[in-house]
Design a protein around this ligand. Structure first.
Ligand code: ADP
Ligand code: UDP
Length: 237
C-alpha cells in the first residue's frame, strides 16, 4: 500500500490518499484539542495510543457484527480505512449524565439515565457544532429520514456492544461520540474513531476519569491514563 497526497488535516488525524481509490491512510496525531480547538497542545504518545485503541475497538465491533471503515492497523500511529462520504454529524449517546448534558439540563454528573439518550450535532466548526434534531437534519439535507433511522439503530447497537466491552475491562461507558459515512452503494457504516478522546470512560471501582476529561479539566497527564485503557483492552484480546 502506498501513501499518496494529504487529503485532509484535522484536529486529531491526517488523512492521505493511497494508490487504491477506495482506501485512505490515516495518521493519528499527537495533538490534543478541547473547546473546539481553543485549547490546544502537543502530547507525545497520544497519537499511537488512540490509533491502537481505535483499532482494537473496531476489531471487537467487527466480531460483534458491526461494520466500520476500519481495514487494518499498519503501524503504531497509522491505519488503513475505507473511504466513505461522511455525514456531517456527530452522534452522541449518553448512558450517564455528564459534560454538556449535565450543564444544559442541570442533572448532576454521574446520574445513571433510565435509557440511552441519543443526540445529533451538526459537524461544522464555524458554527461550533450546534446540537440539531431530525427536522434540522432533513431541512439541511444532511441525511434522509431512512438514513437517520439507520444511523440511530446502528448507534444504539454500538452502544450495547461497547457497554459490554468496557464493562469487561472494569470501565463504565458514560457517553461517546460516533460518526458515520456512506459507501457508494448507499450502505451506512461506522467511521472516524472510538477512543478516550471521543468517549467518557470512568473506572467502575473508583469513578476515576480514563478519558479526555483529564485534559479538558486539567486533571493531570493524559498519557498514563490512555495507556491504562489500552493495556486493559489488550488483555481482552
Ligand atoms: P476533525 O475534523 O474533527 O478535526 P479529525 O482530526 O479526527 O477530526 O479528522 C478526521 C476527519 O476524517 C474527520 O473530519 C472525519 O469526519 C473524517 N473521516 C473519518 N473517517 C473517514 C472515512 N472513512 N472517510 C472519509 N473521511 C473520514
Ligand atoms: N465528543 C467528541 N467530540 C466532540 C464533542 C463531544 O468526541 O466534538 C464526545 C465527548 O468526548 C463525550 C461526548 O461526546 O464523550 C459528549 O460530549 P459533551 O456533549 O458532554 O461535550 P463536552 O462537554 O465534552 O464538550
Amino acid at each position: 500500500m502506498e501513501k499518496k497526497e494529504l487529503l485532509y488535516e484535522g484536529k486529531a488525524k491526517k488523512l492521505f490518499k493511497t494508490n487504491e481509490e477506495e482506501k485512505l491512510w490515516v495518521t493519528y496525531l499527537n495533538q490534543a484539542t478541547a473547546l473546539n480547538g481553543v485549547k490546544k497542545d502537543t502530547i507525545a504518545g497520544k497519537g499511537q495510543l488512540n490509533n491502537q485503541i481505535t483499532s482494537l475497538i473496531f476489531s471487537y465491533l467487527k466480531q460483534a457484527g458491526i461494520n466500520s471503515h476500519f481495514i487494518q492497523q499498519i503501524s503504531e500511529t497509522d491505519q488503513l480505512i475505507e473511504a466513505v462520504k461522511m455525514f456531517p454529524l456527530e452522534v452522541v449517546i449518553r448512558n450517564v449524565a455528564a459534560g454538556s448534558f449535565s450543564k444544559r439540563l442541570g442533572i448532576s454528573e454521574g446520574t445513571a439515565l433510565d435509557f440511552p439518550i441519543l443526540e445529533f450535532y451538526f459537524k461544522e466548526d464555524k458554527l461550533d457544532d450546534p446540537m440539531i434534531n431530525e427536522d434540522h437534519i432533513a431541512y439541511l439535507k444532511i441525511a434522509t429520514k431512512s438514513e437517520v433511522q439507520q444511523i440511530k439503530e446502528l448507534a444504539h447497537r454500538i452502544n450495547l456492544a461497547l457497554i459490554q466491552l468496557f464493562k469487561d475491562i472494569g470501565i463504565r461507558l458514560v457517553d461517546f461520540k460516533l460518526e458515520f459515512g456512506k459507501r457508494q452503494d448507499g450502505t451506512i457504516i461506522l467511521a472516524d474513531e472510538i477512543s478516550p478522546d471521543t468517549c467518557r470512560l470512568w473506572d467502575l471501582a473508583t469513578n476515576e476519569h480514563l478519558d479526555k476529561d483529564i485534559y479538558r479539566l486539567d486533571l493531570g497527564d493524559l498519557v498514563p491514563v490512555y495507556e491504562e485503557v489500552l493495556t486493559r483492552l489488550k488483555k481482552l484480546n
